[in-house]
Structure formats: structure tokens, C-alpha cells
Design a protein around this ligand. Structure first.
Ligand code: ZN
Length: 498
């Protein structure tokens, strides 16, 4: 069944969206939430398990202090209040990847609550309310094999791997966000991007969306102006920033077409499809009562010491948005230039390159120019392109010292990215250094003069500007390695025009 979707402009002219985001962050602790099993990614299936994370009878959980500390720090960075006393709760549901048949989570007593995160969209600050930040445990993974799609339908076997079961997971829930109008998709994206930067700055998770250590569920509803908020749907596990934006937009269009036709929105979870950019119906959404929450009887309540919380608060790093503002000023960049640096994921790289001795302008030129182009071509993150900030600073040092011109520097950088060594080594090994030695250049200059008698005459008669053509000829025969300034001086000198 295909329906023609209304135009986005028409939808936002007629309906008001309300969005909300639930984000799960897998913490980078060394051990799991309730046991001492290691958390590192990629072990043989079911090798990082013990009676506790397998939920065997008689085993008892013990809370991981590092995970509690990380959660409190996230809460503080999001301007939340920290509970002086709270409890974990059992969330009962039956999934094969949940060995205990319940998840230890938090329900009505989250560790952190009532905060906010300011995000910038088109130069405007938007304050996103944070409802809660709570701590829970991750599930294992189910793998359906034998079918075409990797889904359970058509599969011949289903395999479970409990290595991930019990890894600490922080859930960050926004308050409903009304009033965003046409900007709803962009604001959703900007929030997740800012949240990712905040969590990364705290060093508590690697927050890689593509690896699932940051996962996002997007709630969307539409209502007519002046009327109550509409029924919301929850689009699950949207795994890139671009998809967050697309998922909100696509749900707004779909819901508008249902409402336009006189239909009702069903409260349900929906799946986002990367390939088509639309969502399809998942399961009807459970309500809290379906989970039969009750306080976890195997754990003592959690009462973080206020002095400890104050200490954690005092030690928070500079938050990304404020840090970006400071850097923008230090580097003298316009809003637009700073935006391109941020979008390229180059803030830290440029910062480190400047720390290694380059000017901000030079550092920015390499990372946003040659290296960004390369990263795009090879489909890797800028940080993984193969050049380090120290190498880029060294390269620029060689340019500043007159040993490399722009073209030669690009050739050296190619060698750096290919892993041939340091810029200085590559310059020497590949014999790429600028030749400014007069003796070595005179022959090439004389050759160019002899080959271009008309131009030489013009210069002799005082048309010094014509020297450019001869400089070009010398650069060609020296494969771009001649020092252009020296060549020009030599030409003028030999033609008596100096
Ligand atoms: Zn374990």
C-alpha cells in the first residue's frame, strides 16, 4: 500500500509537532553493572558471563560504583538534581536475550532528574528539558540465522550471546519538547549531537552510534494548534544523527497523512529503515503497568553522599558548547567557519594541531581541506584518516620554513596518510624538498630563457610582469620543486632587469 505523503511545509503549517528523545548510553566501565565480568567488545559469544549476569538461582547482584559515578556525572552535566536516596526496580518482561527475565532498572526514583541541555540550532539557543537520567543494565544479543533478512521470520535458528547482558546502560529521557514547529527534526538531531559531545567530554562512554554504544528512540506526535497533544509513536534504535532527523520528519509526514484522512494514530513502537528513510509499525507500546515494576529486593537503596556529589560537580570538565564558544573566539572564526569545523568533527584535531605548534588557520586548512577530502573519499572518520595532529603541525612547520611549498606539502601528506613515516622523513626519502640553491636552479632558468626568446626580450625591455611565464616554465621542468621566489630573482638578474 502506498499513500502520497503531504508536503512538509503544509504539514507544519497545519499541525504542531511535539517530540521527545530517549537515549541509551552504554558506559565504558571495565566490568559489568552487577558482577565482575569484563565489558570489552567482541569476545567469543558467552565467554564473558557468570552466574550473576546469567541470572542463575542464588546469585546476587552488587552495584558497580564506577557506573553510579558516571551516571551522576552525566546528570550533573545535564543540570539535573541528584537523588539523595533512590532504589533500583525490577522491570519484568520476557525476552530471550534477558537471562533473568527481568531487567534491573529504575522506575519512579531515578538517580538524576529535572535538568536541561542547551543546544544551538541556526544560531538560536533551544533549552531541552531533561526528565530523568537513570541507570539500568543492557540485554544480551539475539542472532536469527538461516533467513534472508536477519529477522526472526524465516530464520531456522536463533542464537543468543549474553556477553552484553549486564553492561551498565544509562537512559536519558527528555521532557516533551513542544513548540519547535518546522525545526523539530533539526532540533532532535542537534540535541542528540550535543548530548553525545557532553557524554564524550566526560570520558564515560565512547558514544559510537554506529556501534550501538549510543542508541536513540524518537517520540513524535502531532496536534492541531490549540488542541491537546496527539498520540505519540516511538521510533526505536535510530543509529545515526542523520537518521534522527529523518525519523522525526518521516513520522511527522506519515502521521499528518493518517490524520488528514480522518484516521487515528496508534500508540506503538516503529522501526526506522535506513534505506528508505521511513518507519514501519513494530509492536503496540507497553505501558508501565505491563512491566510490573517493583523495588529490586536484591539490592540496597542507593544514597550518594552529598559531599561526593559536590566533588564530582566541581570536577566536571568544561562543557562542549562553552568550550566551542571559547575556541571560536581564540581562533577568530566566524559562526559559519566554526560550524564547518564542528560538522567535520575537527575541533579536537585542530586543537591538538595548534597545541603542537601550528597556527589555527593552518591547522584548519589541512584538516578541513586535504584531510577531510581524503576521509570522505575513503569513508572514514577524520580522526582515523591516518595523519596525527603532531604530523600535521610538523608538515606546516616545513612549509613555514620554506622547505615545502603547498603542492609539495600535499605530496608529503599523501605519504603520511599512506604510513610512510614523518613529514620530514617522507620529504627526504621522496626527495620533495624545495630547491632554492641558486647553483642548482641556474641551469633550469637559462634553459627556460633560451626556449622562450620572445618573453625574455619583453623582460629585457622592462616588462617585468612577463617573468611569471618563465617562472612557470622552470617550475614545470623542476616538477614543482623550485623555490619560485628564487627562480624569479634569478630570471630578472640574468636578463638584466633586476
Ligand atoms: Zn557476570
Amino acid at each position: 500500500m502506498t499513500t502520497t505523503l503531504p508536503a512538509y511545509d503544509e504539514v507544519v503549517a497545519r499541525y504542531e509537532p511535539v517530540i521527545g528523545l530517549e537515549t541509551h548510553v552504554e558506559l565504558g566501565t571495565n566490568t559489568k553493572m552487577w558482577c565482575g565480568c569484563p565489558t570489552d567488545f567482541g569476545g567469543e559469544p558467552n565467554t564473558r558471563v557468570c552466574p550473576v549476569c546469567l541470572g542463575l538461582p542464588g546469585s546476587l547482584p552488587v552495584a558497580n560504583k564506577a557506573a553510579i559515578e558516571a551516571t551522576i556525572r552525566i546528570g550533573l552535566a545535564l543540570n539535573c538534581s541528584i537523588a539523595e536516596w533512590c532504589r533500583f526496580a525490577r522491570k519484568n518482561y520476557f525476552y530471550p536475550d534477558m537471562p533473568k527475565n527481568f531487567q534491573i532498572s529504575q522506575y519512579d526514583e531515578p538517580l538524576c532528574f529535572d535538568g536541561y541541555l542547551d543546544v544551538e540550532v541556526n544560531g538560536e539557543l533551544v533549552r531541552i528539558g531533561i526528565e530523568r537520567v537513570h541507570l539500568e543494565e543492557d540485554t544480551g544479543k539475539t542472532l536469527h540465522v538461516g533467513g534472508a533478512t536477519g529477522r526472526i521470520h524465516g530464520a531456522t535458528e536463533s542464537l543468543v550471546d549474553y556477553n552484553r547482558a549486564g553492561i551498565p546502560l544509562v537512559e536519558i529521557v527528555t521532557k516533551p519538547i513542544p513548540g519547535t514547529g518546522a525545526l523539530a527534526p533539526e532540533i532532535a538531531r542537534a540535541y542528540v549531537a550535543e548530548l553525545r559531545d557532553v557524554v564524550r567530554s566526560l570520558g564515560v562512554s565512547d558514544v559510537r552510534m554506529e556501534e550501538g554504544s549510543l542508541r536513540c528512540d524518537v517520540n513524535t506526535s502531532l496536534n492541531l494548534p490549540g488542541e491537546e497533544w496527539g498520540t505519540r509513536t516511538e521510533t526505536k534504535n535510530v543509529n545515526s544523527l542523520r537518521s534522527v532527523e529523518r525519523a522525526v520528519r518521516s513520522e511527522m509526514l506519515r502521521q499528518a497523512s493518517v490524520l488528514d484522512a480522518g484516521g487515528r494514530i496508534v500508540q506503538e513502537t516503529r522501526h526506522f529503515h535506513e534505506d528508505t528513510g521511513d518507519t514501519t509499525s513494530g509492536r503496540s507500546k507497553e505501558t508501565a503497568t505491563d512491566y510490573r515494576y517493583f523495588p529490586e529486593p536484591d539490592l540496597v537503596p542507593l544514597a550518594p553522599d552529598t559531599a561526593w556529589v559536590a566533588e564530582l560537580k566541581a570536577a566536571l570538565p568544561e562543557l562542549p558548547r562553552l568550550r566551542r564558544k571559547r575556541i571560536q573566539q581564540d581562533w577568530g572564526l566566524s559562526d559559519l567557519d566554526m560550524e564547518s569545523v564542528v560538522n567535520a568533527g575537527a575541533v579536537e584535531l585542530i586543537e591538538a594541531t595548534v597545541a603542537a605548534g601550528a597556527t589555527p588557520a593552518a591547522a584548519r586548512k589541512w584538516w578541513l581541506g586535504e584531510l577531510s577530502r581524503r576521509a570522505n573519499e575513503t569513508g572514514v572518520e577524520l580522526a582515523d584518516v591516518g595523519a596525527t595532529p603532531a604530523q600535521v603541525a610538523e608538515l606546516q612547520g616545513l612549509v613555514d620554513a620554506g622547505k615545502l611549498n603547498d603542492k609539495l606539502a600535499r605530496a608529503v601528506l599523501e605519504g603520511v596518510v599512506a604510513g610512510e613515516g614523518s613529514p620530514t622523513e617522507i620529504m627526504t626519502n621522496r626527495n620533495l624538498e624545495v630547491v632554492s640553491d641558486t647553483g642548482a636552479l641556474t641551469a633550469a632558468v637559462d634553459e627556460a630563457i633560451a626556449a622562450n626568446p620572445d618573453i625574455a626580450d619583453k623582460i629585457r625591455s622592462g616588462k617585468v610582469a612577463a617573468a611569471g611565464a618563465l617562472v612557470g616554465a622552470v617550475m614545470k621542468t623542476t616538477r614543482g620543486q623550485a623555490d619560485a621566489k628564487t627562480v624569479r630573482e634569478l630570471i630578472l638578474e640574468r636578463l638584466g632587469a633586476a
